[in-house]
Design a protein around this ligand. Structure first.
Ligand SMILES: [Ca+2]
Ligand SMILES: [Ca+2]
Length: 294
């Protein structure tokens, strides 16, 4: 039994290494490409937050400025740092979200906010005071995710929110995402790859504020104290299967302890397969880790 497994393990490990080598040489992409991605790997406080995909680098505000940190959610040589915020500092970027979009980030915080999108402990927002087609994505008064937007004019309210069900303000790293569909008005919240909640907050191009803030707000937002890493903006609604797949990839790399080579890109789905094959090669303990409890 053991020797048979070990033989299979060696074959699997070889397959995993071969697959990772193939990824590194072909750069094959299975996942959607974000429009902007801030990996927060800067070495100096106050430096621009480099947009590794587009040209939307973030400008640092606050004194002290956001602090680069080596505290990260998972072991990824391509994404080794995060940014630490103290509640008064933040980054500003151009607001590129309007119609369909997806926001994803890794966060670690204890911060909680209010029960409307403009007073959340916000991860990213593009708010304007009063009525306006704006939005905010962050943490509500219960420590759960919250996405909301303005310009709704529904039931006498100019704004609407979708609230999460899982507490994410627990000082543990979580991958949090929201998708927003401008045809149906539906948005869906995700925590660690799983759908957490959904709701409808109306349609319209959410462009009232041309500037978006990371880890802050413009209209009374609660302080965001903690870490943000690998913030990604997509101008499309990512399917839940892809959000789950992205999370599985990151988690498998973290759990395996395998030092994957920095390929210069994040071919998440293929790396997940390669990582899982390496896990199989590592033996039964790693194999058990790969089989996630649902
Ligand atoms: Ca990073
Ligand atoms: Ca507003």
């Amino acid at each position: 039994m053991a020797s048979k497994f070990n033989t299979l393990g060696r074959i699997s490990a070889l397959a995993g290494i071969a697959l990772i080598f193939a990824v590194s040489t072909t750069g094959a992409m299975a996942a959607s490409t974000p429009t902007n991605q801030w990996k927060f790997n800067e070495a100096a406080a106050g430096a621009a937050a480099v947009d590794s995909v587009g040209s939307n680098s973030g400008t640092a505000f606050g004194n002290p400025a956001p602090q680069p940190s080596t505290e990260v959610a998972y072991t990824s040589p391509a994404n080794p740092g995060s940014m630490q915020f103290d509640g008064q500092n933040y980054f500003e970027v151009t607001n590129i979200l309007s119609a369909d979009f997806t926001i994803c980030a890794w966060i670690k915080t204890l911060s909680t906010g209010g029960d409307w999108h403009w007073i959340g402990a916000n991860i990213i927002e593009a708010e304007v005071g009063g009525y306006g087609l704006d939005y905010g994505f962050g943490i509500n008064n219960e420590g759960k995710l919250m996405f909301g937007n303005g310009g709704v004019l529904n039931g006498g309210e100019a704004d609407a929110n979708t609230m999460g069900n899982t507490v994410v303000a627990d000082n543990t790293w979580h991958e949090v995402c929201v998708t927003r569909n401008n045809t149906t008005g539906e948005n869906i919240l995700f925590v660690d790859g799983n759908q957490d909640a959904s709701g409808f907050t109306g349609v319209g191009l959410l462009t009232a504020n041309p500037v978006a803030r990371i880890a802050s707000g413009t209209d009374g937002a609660a302080p965001f104290v903690g870490f943000i890493d690998d913030l990604r903006l997509y101008t499309q609604v990512l399917p839940g299967t892809e959000i789950a797949s992205n999370f599985e990839t990151d988690e498998v790399i973290y759990q395996s302890g395998v030092g994957l080579a920095n390929t210069g890109n994040d071919s998440r789905a293929l790396l997940a397969l390669g990582g899982s094959l390496l896990l199989a090669g590592a033996g039964a303990i790693a194999f058990a880790r790969f089989k996630r409890a649902s």
